[in-house]
Design a protein around this ligand. Structure first.
Ligand code: UDX
Length: 414
């Protein structure tokens, strides 16, 4: 998020000093190499470093002399009880406040619980600098595009002067600009993520019902989504939702609500439903394998939490693999980019065919588009079983079902 913000602001014509305190990451970035896989970002980084629009430094002191606007883009991981751990946000804000000149604005881009801006202001105790909230809504895999073409730009600030100053940075972007209080902006980010996650849980539950009653979830969803009040985006069923944001942000929102004596029952249910979604994949595969997972070899295509990223944080795929391993299965996994953890019983291989070799069943868990191009014939030839379960609904049904005795897609009763 920090890198995308730096490159995005530079693209908008600003001079940006990026601070990265991890020396290895800084070195890699300064040589134009991304430590993560994110389409389009590497070439943008190279261009911005070359033009000098972005310079990357090791410490805040190196960024303070001319800067008036400081974007905090550090992670807010989950703590032991599911709340957001603010230690990095606090450390970075203190660091900035120690060096920032009067009238500077500290802009929090990290996802932080409502009340964080207020807390930082009193913790830091400098009346001559302001705090603003400018949440990001970037998706991994399309981060830079989301930065340049957002649905809206949101700034929470205590005064319209601060809010206007932050919004002015985005003057060249044609998108609705929203000004709110700091608290409202902080909450909007969580509310958006929790709503989207709940929407997916709803669809995934519906997919399970479709399987039971013999309906097809795509038809149901497209019928639902053509109601303009609902809309058709972000309604694609899958093995459960994951990633670096939804799981932690939903739990953090529930935790904030609990601390304030409010029950966010829908969000709590969405989290539970997501766990059920993982279990359903395991149960369905078990039943397709004659009610036995112990000793079975399962080929898995996809480790990343979604396509076009190497991120496996809170990946549904890893959660499902963990459950398969605990039932005594062996898993052979292939992902075009993401790496598998070092778990007993899990082997990562280099190709889709290799993963399928000798497998009793093939399970599709991430929607990499290249999976839909794979010819099913050689896959059927190398597998020892004839079961395929596509939880992302990306394989061409006719082609695949003619090669396999049991070809099933999530959310379809047939
Ligand atoms: C999300 C938010 O979309 C973004 O606005 C916020 O800034 C960060 O969190 P991201 O984590 O990159 O972005 O992933 P997203 O594309 O939202 O997908 C999250 C999860 O939902 C993935 O596991 C994905 O596979 C799943 N998903 C998404 C579905 O199962 N179906 C869908 O229709 C969309």
């Amino acid at each position: 998020m920090g890198l995308t913000t730096a490159l995005g602001l530079a693209k908008l014509g600003h001079s940006v000093v990026g601070v990265e305190i991890n020396p290895e990451k800084l070195h890699s970035l300064n040589s134009g190499k991304l430590p993560i896989y994110e389409p389009g970002l590497e070439s943008e980084l190279l261009g911005s470093l070359k033009s000098g629009r972005v310079v990357l430094k090791a410490a805040i002191q190196d960024a303070t002399s001319d800067s008036k606007m400081f974007f905090i883009c550090v992670p807010t991981p989950q703590d032991d009880v599911g709340a957001a751990d603010l230690k990095f946000v606090i450390a970075a804000s203190k660091d900035v406040a120690e060096h920032a000149s009067p009238d500077s604005v500290v802009v929090i881009k990290s996802t932080v619980p409502v009340g964080t801006g207020e807390m930082l202001r009193s913790l830091i105790g400098r009346d001559d600098i302001s705090f603003a909230s400018n949440p990001e809504f970037l998706r991994e895999g399309s981060a830079l595009q989301d930065f340049m073409e957002p649905d809206r730009i949101l700034v929470g600030a205590d005064t319209s002067k601060v809010s206007d100053n932050v919004l002015a940075l985005y003057a060249n972007i044609d998108a609705p600009k929203l000004s709110t209080s700091v608290k409202s902006a902080e909450l909007i980010k969580y509310a958006a993520n929790a709503y989207l996650a709940s929407r997916l849980s709803f669809v995934n539950d519906l997919a399970a019902l479709c399987e039971q009653v013999g309906a097809d979830v795509d038809d149901v969803v497209s019928g639902m989504g053509s109601d303009s009040r609902i809309g058709s985006r972000f309604l694609h069923p899958g093995p459960g939702w994951g990633g670096s944001c939804f799981p932690k942000d939903t739990r953090a929102l529930v935790s904030v609500a609990q601390n304030n004596g409010v029950s966010l029952g829908v969000v709590g249910a969405a989290i539970q439903s997501n766990d059920n979604a993982f279990s359903r994949v395991v149960t369905r595969l078990k039943s397709l394998l004659g009610n036995e997972l112990n000793g079975k070899i399962i080929a898995v295509w996809g480790l990343a939490f979604k396509a076009n990223t190497d991120d496996t944080r809170d990946s549904p795929s890893l959660e499902i693999i963990k459950r398969l391993l605990s039932k005594g299965s062996k898993v052979t996994a292939f992902d075009p980019i993401a790496s598998a953890p070092n778990w007993e019983g899990l082997t990562q291989v280099e190709t889709a065919v290799e993963a399928a070799t000798n497998a009793d069943a093939l399970l599709i868990l991430t929607e990499w588009s290249e999976f839909s191009q794979v010819d099913p014939k050689p896959i059927a030839n190398v597998m020892s079983g004839s079961v395929v379960l596509d939880t992302r609904r990306i394989l061409p049904v006719e082609k695949w079902s003619s090669e396999f005795e049991t070809f099933k897609i999530l959310g379809n009763g047939a």
